[in-house]
Design a protein around this ligand. Structure first.
Ligand code: AMP
Length: 597
């Protein structure tokens, strides 16, 4: 079905930062974007935390509200930019006094709370490296990432620590300091209270000279095989965070901005913490979980003007509640402050774009990017036409292309060369020309996988897309086996490995099964070891077993028993075939299937 385009708003409440696409692309350069930022005083380089916090104080805006933190019980605490500067200075001093230095890794395992902001920005002030973890991860993914990322410091809560780290702390010899945010019921060995340290710390801290190429952030992401990959980002990334938030989120300094992403993922960091603060806006931080009424109430009471959310959340709002149609409920709230809505992370179906228009009075602007790109690459903009269902067009400073694919589904590289598909609507692997400041600089300790992400001067995204005749990019699917469930990227290998630790499981193959709300849910096919038989009880046990280890966001929701998992001759489970069979799709090339002629 062809969806009507939504024409550009000819009477916007605020003049959009990007009104003329072609002109904006012509006029843009990353050097000019860099000049929008201050840099550390005395030519001390470029530090993300200075751009996000301290420079606003130098400009006389210290009293402006930086954060409006809403606790689970609804209590609201405001933090000014000046207050945030002092808190982050204190945290930087804590790290310094603990002997935590430039490049050392500080991990967070926290929800959306004020201490998260203090930790992230204080760590960056100290030129240490911040690595956020998703608090819904179970003990296995948490411990694996702490180990792979060489965590020296972990900032978390007592409850999360007890559930996910404590019993195998001895397996993390590099982890020296654990700081507890919030109340501590019973002191544990080798842990310390965040609040007590903060109280004792000085709020006088001078950010040391910071090379823009110094490592600043580490974000774990998943591939098809192997351990999670730690994407390395540097302080220079802030140039891209700032510029793209102006173009794709249309941020203006007077905005009240709410990003619903979890801080354990890249969106929650780039656009939940850094980018909005560099614009000096007020950021709404909600500690609570999704709840339709709570969300509308926050939009209304906080007078949110710019809202960045995710397709799964939009689809949940679209379902309405038991007593309300999805278009009635928002009518109960005053959403008149809202002027721009964007979403990211998974395909945004055209119905969702138009539901926004109908129910909230504004269309939803889809945009596309990934952990490795560090910032938004492709977007529908506030000041231009929207094509419902399309991801949008490349941002100024970004060159994107569609590359011809080979049999493995990835870009075809012949003699080191790739082929750019120029004809409209040709499907191929989405690729980007490296060179923007928030481009990842490596996968930690894994040069081989980093090098494999590039060919012939292009970064290969792993996504399949097409570009229409007017330059809009449309998402087609993934070129590999990773699963996007409720916006979270899940590596099938991590799930399979956990299942195979159960004594009954011989082998496992994990796929994403399409789901109308979450995009996909994780489904596992398992074969059993001799002496074990399929049963409902075993199914329940495997579901619970993987949930305990992986956490609810990653664990399979469905398990199917199959003693004849399709495998290649070299013995690898063929997820592609499992998926095709599950969906009733053609099985495609099965010449590598074990037992085939
Ligand atoms: P992550 O690195 O966890 O942020 O996940 C990045 C992946 O999410 C991309 O490679 C896409 O597969 C998917 N993704 C992100 N944004 C979109 C979008 N607007 N439409 C479709 N898929 C998206």
């Amino acid at each position: 079905m062809a969806w009507e385009r939504i024409r550009k708003d000819t009477n916007p409440r605020v003049a959009p930062n990007l009104a003329d696409y072609a002109q904006a692309r012509r006029a843009f350069s990353w050097q000019r974007a860099r000049a929008e930022l201050s840099g550390l005083p005395g030519r001390g380089g470029l530090n993300i935390a200075y751009e996000a916090v301290d420079r606003h104080i130098a400009a006389g805006n210290g009293r402006h509200t930086a954060l409006r933190c809403i606790a689970r019980d609804g209590t609201v605490t405001g933090v000014s930019y000046a207050g945030l500067a002092l808190d982050t200075a204190r945290f930087a001093n804590i790290l310094r006094s603990l002997g935590v230095n430039r490049g050392d890794r500080v991990f967070t395992l926290l929800g959306r709370c004020p201490e998260l902001y203090t930790t992230v920005l204080g760590t960056l002030k100290n030129t240490s490296v911040l690595c956020p973890l998703f608090s819904a991860f179970g003990p296995d993914p948490v411990r694996q990432r702490l180990r792979l990322g060489n965590a020296r410091v972990l900032v978390t809560t007592e409850a999360l620590y007890r559930r996910k780290v404590a019993d195998r702390r001895d397996q993390l010899p590099e982890l020296e300091h654990v700081l507890f945010v919030g109340p501590v019921t019973e002191p544990l060995p080798d842990t310390v209270s965040f609040a007590e340290l903060m109280q004792a710390a000085s709020d006088d801290f001078t950010i040391p000279p910071t090379d823009p190429q110094d490592m600043a952030l580490l974000h774990f992401t998943s591939g098809t095989t192997g351990t999670p990959k730690g994407a390395v980002h540097v302080h220079e990334a802030v140039v891209a965070h700032h510029a793209t938030a102006a173009f794709a989120l249309d941020l203006h300094p007077e905005d009240i901005y709410w990003c619903t992403a979890d801080p354990g993922w890249v969106t929650g960091m780039s656009y939940g913490v850094i980018a909005p603060l560099t614009h000096g806006v007020t950021v709404v931080v909600d500690e609570g979980d999704y709840d339709a009424r709570r969300w509308y109430q926050i939009l209304a009471e906080e007078r949110v003007s710019v809202w960045y959310t995710a397709p799964t959340a939009v689809r949940m709002l679209m379902r309405g509640t038991a007593r309300h149609a999805s278009t009635d409920l928002p009518q109960e709230y005053d959403l008149s402050a809202l002027r721009f809505i964007a979403s990211v992370g998974e395909p945004l179906n055209p119905e969702a774009v138009l539901w926004g228009q109908e129910a909230l009075g504004l269309p939803i602007h889809d945009n596309w990017w990934q952990t490795e790109t560090g910032c938004i690459m492709i977007a529908n903009f506030a000041g231009t036409e929207i094509r419902p269902g399309a991801m949008g067009r490349p941002l100024p400073g970004v060159e994107a292309a569609v590359l011809e694919r080979g049999e493995d589904g990835r870009a075809l590289v012949t003699g080191g060369r790739v082929t750019v598909l120029h004809h409209p609507d040709a499907e191929g692997e989405l690729a980007l020309r490296p060179g923007w400041p928030s481009m990842f600089r490596g996968y930690l300790h894994d040069k081989v996988r980093y090098d494999a992400a590039f060919a012939d001067g292009w970064y290969l995204t792993g996504d399949v897309a097409r570009q229409d005749a007017d330059g809009w990019f449309w998402f087609v699917g993934r070129a590999d086996d990773v699963i996007k469930s409720a916006g979270h990227l899940i590596g099938p290998f991590e799930v399979e490995s956990a299942l195979m630790e159960h004594p009954a499981v011989a082998e496992a193959g994990v796929i994403g099964r399409p789901d109308p709300v979450a995009g996909a849910i994780v489904k596992a096919f398992v074969s059993l070891k001799p002496g074990h038989d399929p049963s409902e009880a075993l199914e329940r046990e495997l579901l619970a077993f993987s949930r305990r280890r992986l956490g609810p966001a990653v664990a399979p929701r469905e398990i199917a028993f199959d003693q004849n998992l399709p495998k290649t001759r070299s013995g690898k489970v063929m997820r592609r075939l499992l998926r095709a069979r599950e969906l009733g799709l053609p099985e495609g090339d099965i010449s590598t299937l074990e037992g085939s002629a």
